[in-house]
Design a protein around this ligand. Structure first.
Ligand code: ATP
Length: 139
């Protein structure tokens, strides 16, 4: 059994949320593994920057999601994964996908369309939480 911890951001700019498109067509949120000697908050903003070149301000911790996936050449290794999510804010709508990680597009998607584009329901849930907080608190 192996455990993995990652962190990522729901980056909001005005009415739009930052998404990345993977080589297989899936739209996902920017995230990545937490390194030793960094906090989950630091990891989240580092990963957002590395994967999209967006310098976002971290506003609030939103919570964690958990899933299990199979890895290894024979898909025989079970990985138990936790991903911590932060609400972030950006002032400009500029973003660039990290091609060498297999991302083919990065885009700010309008809040009305973002839910139907995102691949994973637990990421949708975090986006919903982020938008609620953003709106309620006039971030
Ligand atoms: P990281 O971006 O944290 O470095 P990674 O790119 O190595 O991670 P994941 O994005 O966790 O790996 O993907 C590993 C497997 O888990 C893939 O098969 C992917 O489809 C699946 N997966 C990714 N996110 C989720 C999710 N939110 N719910 C369920 N399965 C997911």
């Amino acid at each position: 059994m192996k455990y993995e911890t990652s962190a990522g951001g729901i980056v909001i700019c005005g009415n739009a949320v930052l998404l990345l498109k993977k080589y297989n067509g899936d739209w996902v949120l920017p995230k990545g593994k937490v390194e030793r000697k960094e906090t989950i908050r630091e990891a989240a903003s580092r990963e957002v920057f590395e994967e999209t070149l967006v310098k976002a301000e971290t506003i609030k911790y939103l919570g964690a999601i958990h899933y299990v996936y199979q890895a290894g050449w024979a898909k025989n290794e079970k990985i138990y994964k936790t991903v911590h999510w932060f609400l972030m804010k950006s002032k400009v709508l500029r973003c660039t996908p990290l091609k060498r990680e297999g991302f083919v597009d990065a885009r700010y998607v309008h809040r009305d369309r973002v839910m139907e584009m995102v691949r994973y329901p637990d990421e949708q849930k975090m986006i919903y939480r982020a938008l609620q907080h953003y709106e309620k608190n006039n971030v």
